[in-house]
Design a protein around this ligand. Structure first.
Ligand code: PEP
Ligand code: MG
Length: 592
């Protein structure tokens, strides 16, 4: 029996999980396109064939294991996967690509897998086939890269907690369909995309645990307390039982709380209505959003459409169908589609096939879209077409000044012209908003407000760039201070600029999800907040407990303070005690 270990990290997604640990060695590797010299091509094909033989051996072992346990369904999955290894489309296609293009097996395999998965169309079993092909692909890649430890998330038949040095955003998104009830990673900050997705999926998570993945073994019992940022490995039996009880109570309490909260309006005690919306990454999250009382979607991170298919890009039809589905599900409420924010931590290499020293400051988001207008126009046509089916707005990320907004609008006009030529209908009055997340955009918000239909402040990046802190680097997360006077002044300026120009300014960064920030944001004049769905009930409670008048008074006092520490102390002593359930916030539970 292993010794009890206790770790503290950053609570990234509230709730409690108790389950067996599955330790993943590393995140899915980033693959590169590497040219292979003519003379070495047959060797490369041989390397691929050897990987195929080893993969077949692994799959046969798994199939035998499952057959022994009479797990017919699972057994037949391996059967199907083994057939794929014989299948000429994947295997011959990859060999032909290695020879034809003179490139490495990994890249050739990736290309052929995507060719295959995107050729399936709408057949009944599409998802199953795609899952299987991707599993075979992953297994082959692991073998090619010399990693013996392949982890197939579909193998789990009990509740598990994923432990990993880091998880990529798309891996985290994949966890949704599996029996994964929690996760714990060595790296990652509170606002890394991985943390954001965990929250949106309602999976308890703790990140920034440093050495956890090296100290724990697969099969160890692990407790993840995402509310407190704690992880306990190999707890005593009584402690484990206590946490199982807490988990049950937490889940039951949550359900009840949601039912009640959904029905209540988000309005201050003196009658000011606030629009509370959800940030989502996957269309499947729409239901979670509505269950939590979201009034539409204030931020749809469309790049996840890409991340789930990379390196293949979504087609116009795919864009259109996803946005149409979102608009229809959202009903009378608006849905803001943010155009691709690729780059930064989001799989840059696979798009541009080259490296950057500092990708967060590099070719990301609108910069990437303006450099690849073909990709951008494809997305914009999808958005325009979907805009006929509901209240869809478009929003450009990472705008740093007026030139970019103008150029982006011009590309939008080109997309409109293309649709007109094709006789394809679209809504003529699509609203065009921008994210304010670069300090230069905040500084010229008055100029931008003349040419944008709305603003949405992205504090995750605005704080990162204003305070010069990598938002996914846990060692500087202590410097990540939303209440820094520099941030508050930026917000005030942006909101006032929007107000003078008569356009709405909302917020969709994580700061909008913090109930203690609500009176400040309301006092500064903000009326629209978009956040991970899970936070909506708590933020709504905060809105309902306040008056606008008090919020304005508090903001007057706060704006006179000089340091982040002073503002934080003010919030702790004057705001937090006034919030409903402040001593024990609604999403927080006490451990035994
Ligand atoms: C932000 O920067 O605040 C934001 C909402 O965008 P993202 O987190 O996707 O970068
Ligand atoms: Mg951002």
């Amino acid at each position: 029996m292993s010794e009890r270990l206790y770790f503290t990290g950053i609570g990234a997604s509230a709730g409690i999980a108790v389950g067996k640990a599955v330790v993943l060695e590393a995140a899915r590797p980033t693959l590169f396109r590497v040219p292979v010299a003519r003379k070495d091509i047959e060797k490369e094909v041989e390397r691929f064939r050897a990987a195929r033989t080893e993969t077949r051996r692994q799959l046969e072992t798994l199939r035998a294991r499952f057959e022994e346990e009479h797990r017919e369904t699972a057994g037949s999955i391996f059967e199907a996967q083994l057939l794929m290894l014989e299948d000429s489309a994947l295997i011959k296609g990859t060999e032909e690509t290695i020879r034809g293009e003179g490139i490495n097996a990994e890249w050739a395999l990736r290309m052929n897998t995507h060719r295959l998965t995107s050729s399936f169309g709408d057949v009944d079993d599409r998802e199953k086939w795609v899952d299987n092909i991707e599993d075979v692909h992953d297994r082959l890649q692991q073998v090619l890269l010399g990693r013996s430890d392949h982890h197939d998330l579909s193998e789990f038949d009990e509740d598990v907690v994923i432990v990993s040095p880091r998880l990529s955003p798309s891996e985290t998104a994949l966890l949704k369909t599996r029996r994964v009830i929690g996760f714990a990673t060595d790296k990652g900050g509170r606002t890394s995309h991985t943390a954001i997705i965990a929250k949106a999926l309602g999976i308890p998570a703790v990140v920034g645990l440093h050495a956890l993945s090296r100290k724990i073994r697969s099969g160890d019992i692990v407790i993840v307390d995402g509310s407190k940022g704690e992880v306990i490995v190999s707890p005593a039996a009584a402690e484990q039982a206590a946490y199982v009880k807490l988990r049950r109570a937490y889940l039951e309490g949550e359900e009840k709380r949601l039912r009640i909260s959904r029905e209540l309006p988000a309005v201050t005690r003196d009658g000011c209505e606030i629009l509370l919306q959800a940030n989502i990454e996957l269309p499947e999250q729409m239901e979670v959003a509505l269950r939590h009382g979201a009034q539409g979607v204030g931020l749809y991170r469309s790049e996840f459409l890409f991340l789930n298919r990379s390196p293949a890009l979504p087609t116009e039809e795919e864009h259109y169908h996803v946005y149409r589905e979102l608009a229809e599900k959202s009903g009378r409420y608006p849905t803001v589609i943010r155009t691709l924010d690729l780059g930064g931590e989001k799989y840059f290499h696979e798009v541009l096939d080259r490296d950057e020293n500092n990708p967060v400051m590099g070719m990301r988001a609108i910069r990437f879209c303006l450099a690849r207008k073909d990709i951008f126009r494809t997305q914009l046509r999808g958005i325009l077409r979907a805009s006929r089916h509901g209240a869809i707005h478009v929003m450009f990320p990472l705008i740093s000044g007026l030139e970019e907004l103008r150029e982006a609008r011009q590309v939008l006009d080109e997309a409109r012209d293309e649709l007109r030529k094709r006789g394809e209908p679209f809504a003529e009055d699509l609203k065009v908003g921008i994210m304010i997340e670069v300090p230069s955009a905040a500084a010229v918000a008055d100029l931008l407000a003349r040419e944008a239909d709305f603003f949405s402040i992205g504090t995750n990046d605005l704080i990162q760039y204003t305070l010069a802190i990598d938002r996914s680097n846990e060692s500087v997360s202590y410097l990540y201070r939303p209440l820094h006077p520099a941030i508050l002044r930026s917000i005030r300026f942006v909101v006032e600029a929007a107000k003078s120009a008569g356009i709405p300014a909302g917020m969709c960064g994580e700061m909008a999800a913090d109930p203690a920030a609500v009176p400040i944001l309301l006092g500064l004049g903000m009326r629209q907040l978009s956040m991970d769905a899970i936070s909506i009930p708590t933020v709504k409670d905060a809105v309902r407990s306040l008056t606008l008048e008090d919020s304005r008074t508090m903001v007057g006092e706060i704006m006179a303070l000089a340091t982040a520490v002073e503002v934080e102390e003010y919030v702790q002593s004057r705001i937090e005690p006034r919030l409903p359930g402040s001593a024990v916030p609604a999403t927080r539970v006490e451990g035994p």
